[in-house]
Design a protein around this ligand. Structure first.
Ligand SMILES: NC(=O)c1ccc[n+]([C@@H]2O[C@H](COP(=O)([O-])OP(=O)(O)OC[C@H]3O[C@@H](n4cnc5c(N)ncnc54)[C@H](OP(=O)(O)O)[C@@H]3O)[C@@H](O)[C@H]2O)c1
Length: 340
């Protein structure tokens, strides 16, 4: 266990996820010795106000990792591929939000509170799962521990903030032009996102699924340590919502499941808030989840498609549990477990 408090760096501090990381670091009691904010040359020199102090954003260069113990990174896959090995070489634990290392067998892929033990295997890089996988893990871990998942089918309704700042601005501009009857040429998406839904997130793979859909499949298997016998499929759809991914989930179990019992189980699971009472139209929506930390679960019901199965609706702030919150929680775990 390290005795001294860590020196932290936030790489990609000026981005959508980076800014959320700063907010959460301000809310949470993460103790550190020093902190620095890194981005590209575009933002170098700009100012960030953090905990009542003004910091200058510094261009990320190898020497900036000297003496840093933990780096919270959200600067895209190419940037991570470049800096993560350099950082690891210098003894810094690089907690990465990009997809660059998620399926690397030498890199643990972790949701805090789900598979913390996997952190102990890190060799300098820890991956944060994709946002649509992340919010699913807390409910699925609890359900899998008790009933053993046999088959999983997920349909996502993903917010534009999952595609970064450009996509957020595009939704606003697209709505404005639509409302005054002007044509709009989409840039961040293949089709107009205003008043529309787009059944493609990321590029298509050879099997007809998108890369996003395969991320949910493969990352879920890795985090929950599920065998190849467990069948998983996902359809990922972009919707005109700013913040908050929603997911309709159908699960078949090996053991007999009952919706009432599963509801109680989820109510008692850390990190989850159950909002589920159809008599009062109580169920989660992305508007309620934005800016909040829990994974919200509702519409829990016995499946009529499987002999032993559940259907439920799961909503969370994609920038929080899906990225920044888990990154900060992982940094906290690394500190608590003395893994830096
Ligand atoms: N948005 C989400 O919901 C979400 C969820 C999970 C994971 N992620 C992942 O998190 C990462 C960031 O996403 P985002 O939505 O925050 O993107 P973003 O808003 O476009 O921000 C990108 C950040 O990376 C920095 N950056 C870019 N190139 C760099 C370089 N060569 N060297 C150093 N810094 C560089 C940018 O700095 P400048 O200001 O200088 O350009 C900016 O701070 C991506 O890998 C994304 O896949 C995003």
């Amino acid at each position: 266990m390290k005795q001294s408090l860590p020196n932290l760096a936030v790489l990609g501090a000026t981005g959508v996820v980076g800014r959320e990381i700063l907010k959460i670091l301000e809310e949470n009691k993460v103790e550190y010795n020093s902190i620095k904010f890194l981005a590209s040359s575009r933002s170098a020199g700009s100012k960030i106000d953090f905990k009542g102090k003004s910091y200058t954003v510094v261009e990320a260069k190898p020497e900036e990792f000297d003496g840093v113990n933990i780096c919270l990174a959200s600067a895209g896959g190419e940037t991570s591929k470049h800096f993560a090995p350099i950082s690891a070489e210098k003894g810094c634990v690089f907690i990465d939000n990009s997809s660059a290392f998620r399926m690397d067998e030498n890199v643990p892929l972790v949701i805090a509170g789900v598979n913390d033990e996997d952190l102990k295997t890190h060799k300098g890089i820890i991956s944060n799962p994709n946002c649509s996988t992340s919010q699913l893990m807390l409910p699925l871990k609890a359900l899998n521990d008790k009933y053993k998942i046999k088959r999983l089918i997920v349909s996502t309704y993903q917010a534009v903030s999952g595609a970064g700042l450009k996509a957020i601005n595009e939704l606003t501009d697209n709505i404005k032009t639509n409302l005054v009857g002007m044509p709009y040429e989409p840039k961040a998406f293949k089709y107009e996102i205003a008043f529309n839904v787009i059944p493609q997130i990321d590029v298509f793979c050879e099997n007809g699924y998108t890369k996003e859909e395969m991320k949910v499949t493969n990352e879920t298997r890795k985090i929950l340590h599920l065998g190849q016998d467990v069948k998983i499929s996902c359809s990922a759809v972009r919707v005109p919502v700013y913040i908050g991914h929603s997911e309709a989930v159908s699960v078949e179990f090996v053991e007999k499941v009952d919706a009432k019992e599963a509801r109680e189980l989820l109510k008692n699971t850390w990190g989850i808030e159950v909002r589920d009472d159809i008599s009062t139209y109580t169920y989660p929506t992305p508007k309620d989840a934005a800016g909040k930390n829990p994974v919200y679960v509702g519409r829990i019901r016995n499946s009529i498609a499987f002999d032993s199965g559940l259907d439920f609706f799961c909503v969370a702030d994609n920038l929080r549990i899906g990225a920044a919150l888990n990154t900060v929680r992982l940094a906290q775990k690394v500190i608590e477990m003395g893994l830096y």
